[in-house]
Design a binder for this molecule. Structure first.
Ligand code: SF4
Ligand code: FES
Length: 609
């Protein structure tokens, strides 16, 4: 999950920029997707029609009572794509008729999300992450090899219908780059030399898992590192007590008592801005509007973050218990766990975990519903996430009203990050933990930091807030190959640069460490390449609704290409950046130029040749 609200953000003056944006970018965002080439609309063939009807009936049967039929749109489209590999035009017609929505509305939603395909794809869909850590890990070489071996470019399919090659944003495996996904299976560190062997095996009819096993790839490193910072609880977040006794004891307390305990703990949100969790909960608990909802935001799509995947894989009960406690405190009868698209392999184990928890909880406890994101960086933002859950295009909403007042289906809603919720049971179950959490208000406590890039052992480190950048790098084994430290990107694509003078900087919420993303670069990496990579990421993830973000970010990216050297002065780049920041509707556009602006003010000689 990521949060666009950076703690150091100042209020922006309400003045429109003078800069004009011209539509010039080859933007292939949501509305640019082609309509299916169906020609004259045909009545669906009977077998296809029955498959679609099965999908719709199945989704309706498996879903708990929906708040509105529209809520089932995304699960239905996901079910169809799972069965057919893409969404034929008939799926739009069936969704429209079955859920009572206009066809163009259904198409507008389906075409918005990167996960949905409106045209057939190859039997094996190879998605290569080309975001910053994977770019640093050699994804371009891998892409080149795949492209040459397959004879296609990114975004194309082989004529035999066997392979489709795509580039995507972060896959949540940034500690083992380059990362790719084949039909949803995450693969780490595929080397260019292993590409031919893999493709030959798949062409020869071998199963994907067998083909991958026979590659003898360097194993992905474990996400977690042994504790060396003197933190006795490093990576030992305990589950709730056996047989859920500890959880049941918390749920037996009056909601107001639970709420007060969380407020008193000082727990702050781990998505980015560090908003006090108790204050959010109190706002929803005190509302007279019903029903109330809780959403666990497991759509961490910020580049360089993989902590939520770790927690949901290794500590699912901790997260689910946190959800049960939060729902109890705010009076929500339903809670949604909104899972990032790249984490779909976790659906099955999480479904089992939810069932196990449900059987153990008293009658009338919260119902936890698992939903998978239809993709896109923007869906990590809470209002865009709510749009997706409601079955709408995942465009962020203007705030206020905040979700605590008008959230899911217009009802009071708490949206909490997975790591935030994982900390909740510890307030009640671990001796001494509450005292640690109480100290968070002054910037201390523990935090899961995701280290990626040029460190010897990229991975997850649990460390107290206030740990310095230098200490974290040291914990990760120091710089890879003993290279000199250059910069670190803290907080992901919309974060900030930390240079050598910041090695002793305590990493706190206020410093921008809220989401835990830390991408370390050695001194020989050109800063300009880092900025280009981030701008390319933002350009692809822009929803395209507003011109400054869609065209301005593209123009900035183009302005930094080698062939433009000398064309754009620092003043011109800053003017363009400021225009994007001020006139973009949501946090994505507002944070997109942040790293460039910071580099121009701190390391100008590395941006302007
Ligand atoms: S700034 Fe505008 S175009 Fe960019 S993601 Fe937000 S709403 Fe979409
Ligand atoms: S998996 Fe590539 S940047 Fe995260």
């Amino acid at each position: 999950m990521h949060c666009f609200c950076h703690p150091s953000s100042s209020h922006l003056p309400l003045r429109l920029p003078a800069v004009k944006f011209r539509p010039a970018s080859p933007w292939h965002g949501p509305t640019a997707k082609p309509l299916p080439q169906g020609g004259t609309r045909m009545k669906p063939a009977s077998s296809l029609q029955s498959t679609l009807a099965d999908c719709l009936n199945d989704v309706k049967a498996r879903s708990c009572q929906p708040f509105s039929e529209r809520e089932l749109l995304v699960p239905f489209l996901q079910a169809v794509q799972h069965r057919l590999g893409y969404l034929p035009e008939e799926a739009i017609i069936v969704a429209s008729a079955g859920l009572g929505l206009p066809e163009n509305d259904v198409h507008g939603t389906a075409s918005f999300y990167p996960e949905f395909r409106l045209e057939p794809v190859g039997r094996f869909v190879i998605e290569v992450c080309d975001s910053l850590p994977c770019e640093m890990g050699g994804c371009q070489l891998l892409l080149k090899e795949l492209s040459e071996q397959l004879g296609i470019g990114a975004g194309q399919s082989t004529p035999d219908g066997l392979f489709t090659l795509e580039t995507v944003g972060c896959l949540g495996q940034c500690h083992a780059c380059p990362s790719l996904s084949i039909n949803g299976h995450l693969v780490a560190r595929l080397t260019p030399s292993a590409v031919k062997q893999l493709l030959d095996a798949l062409r020869g009819g071998e199963r994907l898992d067998t083909a991958l096993q026979s590659l003898a790839l360097e194993p992905a490193p474990a996400e977690g590192l042994p504790p060396v910072l003197g933190n006795p609880r490093a990576l030992t977040l305990p589950e709730c007590g056996g047989q859920y006794q500890a959880l049941k004891a918390v749920l037996a307390k009056p909601p107001a008592e639970v709420l007060e305990a969380v407020c008193a703990s000082g727990l702050r949100g781990r998505g980015g801005a560090g908003f006090p969790a108790g204050a959010k909960w109190r706002s929803v608990a005190g509302s007279a509007d019903e029903p109330k909802f809780l959403i666990a935001n497991a759509d961490e799509s910020e580049i360089g973050t993989f902590k939520d995947r770790y927690l949901l894989t290794r500590r699912p009960m901790l997260v689910l218990s946190g959800m049960a406690i939060a729902a109890h405190a705010i009076g929500a009868k339903r809670a949604y766990l909104f899972l990032r698209a790249a984490y779909s392999p976790l659906v099955e184990p999480l479904t089992q975990a939810v069932s196990a928890l449900r059987e153990s909880l008293p009658e009338g406890s919260v119902e936890i519903v698992l939903r998978t994101s239809p993709g896109g960086y923007l869906c990590g933002e809470e209002t865009a996430l709510i749009q997706a859950l409601e079955g709408r295009r995942g465009e962020s909403r203007f705030r206020p009203p905040y979700p605590t007042a008008k959230g899911l289906f217009g009802k009071p809603t708490v949206v909490n990050n997975v790591e935030t919720l994982a900390n909740v049971p510890l307030i009640f179950t671990e001796r001494g933990r509450a005292a640690d959490l109480a100290a968070l208000g002054s910037g201390f406590g523990t935090k899961l930091f995701c280290l990626a890039g040029d460190v010897e052992h990229p991975g997850l480190i649990e460390a107290p807030f206030g740990t310095t950048l230098g200490q974290l790098i040291e914990t990760a084994g120091g710089m890879a190959s003993e290279a000199a430290f250059g910069v670190a990107v803290l907080g992901g694509a919309g974060g900030r640069f930390l240079g050598p003078s910041n090695l002793t900087l305590p990493l706190t919420f206020e410093a921008g460490a809220g989401n835990g993303s830390l991408i370390v670069c050695h001194a020989e990496r050109p800063l300009l390449e880092t900025i280009r990579s981030v701008l390319r990421f933002f350009h692809r993830e822009s929803c395209g609704a507003c011109l400054p973000c869609r065209e301005g970010v593209y123009e900035l990216h183009q302005a930094l290409q080698p062939e433009q050297t000398g064309t754009y002065s620092p003043e011109k780049l800053l003017e363009l950046s400021r225009g994007i920041r001020l006139a973009s509707r949501c946090g994505l556009g507002q944070t997109a130029p942040r790293l460039l602006e910071e580099a121009l003010s701190t390391f100008p000689e590395q941006v302007i040749a």
